[in-house]
Design a protein. Structure first.
Length: 291
């Protein structure tokens, strides 16, 4: 937990900045159960959301959202470790919508560098395996840095699904290793194994634009959906809806990076790389978990 060092930074914000940072820290620390949003905090302080984001990040070293996540995670660990609360009760105690939202909070991710991506997997070893899941056969891929790929296939289509994934990184070395990928499949598809103290490490391998889109997907709350236009606005390119749609379709880590929560402009369930039937099944599963 790194909150104390952040508050006790070597350079203390002065004047109005100090008051802004102090009030935000106080609000997020005391009212974490209500999960205050950036826009609401900015309105309370008479600032724009952009001003608040920049000021707080400059002085605290992380965004208000990241600070709130750190506070929430700290309380989650305490509730599950010291009070032995189950995941569902912990979620509601923290003001989250359900265990799936808690799961989203515990997914940590990193992106490979542009150079690594341009090498198209050169020097990279990717282990893969086929596992049962609630949505058909799951093709799970992992590097030594974490989960790198997750696709779906119907019975008999496993090899085609693997090849569809492998062609994304043609210079990588692929090794079938069921024991190495089994722990990821177990973690991903069993909510009772979503634990605060063991965040799931996800490695995003794509272009800078694709990674920004996939990071935006990770912000979509469990049990909710947004349009491609919403995502385009979120990444600061409101006219790039079509390019966003293409990037969503290229998401290599389905379900965990929730491309199934992205909808067409009209709100329709548009194309899904692993089939619309599977997309409906995943959304239905999430709704049941959140309820």
């Amino acid at each position: 937990m790194t909150i104390v060092p952040i508050i006790e930074a070597e350079i203390t914000p002065a004047g109005a900045d100090y008051e802004v940072v102090r009030r935000v820290i106080e609000r997020l620390t005391e009212d974490y159960r209500t999960q205050p949003q950036l826009d609401d905090l900015a309105t309370e302080l008479g600032l724009s959301a952009t001003q608040l984001q920049k000021t707080f990040t400059r002085w605290a070293g992380l965004s208000p959202k990241a600070f709130l996540q750190a506070v929430t995670l700290d309380h989650a660990r305490r509730l599950m470790r010291d009070e032995n609360l189950p995941l569902l009760e912990t979620s509601f105690e923290l003001g989250l919508s359900g265990p799936g939202r808690l799961h989203d909070l515990f997914v940590t991710h990193e992106a490979m560098s542009p150079g690594e991506w341009k090498a198209r997997g050169a020097g990279l070893t990717i282990r893969y395996g086929f596992h049962d899941s609630p949505f058909g056969i799951a093709v799970v891929m992992a590097t030594d840095r974490g989960l790198a790929g997750l696709a779906f296939a119907d019975q008999g289509g496993e090899q085609a699904a693997f090849e569809d994934m492998a062609i994304r990184w043609p210079n990588a070395r692929f090794v079938e290793d069921q024991p190495a990928t089994a722990p990821y499949a177990s973690r991903v598809f069993h909510p009772e194994r979503w634990r605060a103290e063991e965040p799931l490490r996800v490695v995003l391998i794509g272009s800078d634009f694709q990674v920004r889109v996939w990071q935006a997907l990770l912000k979509i709350p469990f049990g909710r959906a947004v349009t491609y236009s919403d995502i385009a606005c979120d990444i600061g390119q409101p006219t790039a809806s079509r390019a966003v749609g293409a990037a969503v379709g290229r998401n290599p880590i389905s379900f965990v990076v929730p491309c199934h929560r992205a909808l067409g402009k009209s709100g329709a369930l548009t194309g899904y790389h692993w089939g619309l039937t599977r997309k409906r099944a995943i959304l239905g599963w999430e709704t049941a978990q959140a309820g």
